[in-house]
Design a protein around this ligand. Structure first.
Ligand SMILES: [Zn+2]
Length: 100
């Protein structure tokens, strides 16, 4: 079982406490009515789906209920860090160096 750190509760808990909420840092167009159908489709449905480190949103559904972001390796399921929503995304190269 995975253990995930909630940056708001400052606790590391079993994954059953959390829900995956998709890719993090997906920017909503500022004027949705002015974007093309293809750009709107890309915003709604097209994701990176990388093999390796990725930015994700998670929600602490059985705790504080808040959304936060995480950096997880999609092959090993290892979480390198979690951080509060609105905080800048951490540099992946620095995280990998610190993890080795
Ligand atoms: Zn929490």
């Amino acid at each position: 079982m995975l253990h995930i750190h909630c940056p708001y509760c400052n606790e590391t808990l079993p994954e059953a406490e959390f829900a995956h909420a998709g890719e993090a840092h997906v920017a909503r167009p500022e004027t949705p009515s002015e974007v093309s159908d293809e750009a709107w489709r890309d915003f709604l449905f097209i994701r990176e789906n990388v093999r390796g480190l990725t930015y994700e949103r998670w929600r602490h559904i059985h705790g504080c209920g808040r959304f936060f972001n995480a950096v997880r390796h999609t092959v090993t399921d290892r979480f390198l860090t979690t951080y509060k929503a609105g905080e800048p995304r951490p540099d992946l190269d620095k995280l990998q160096e610190a993890d080795q």
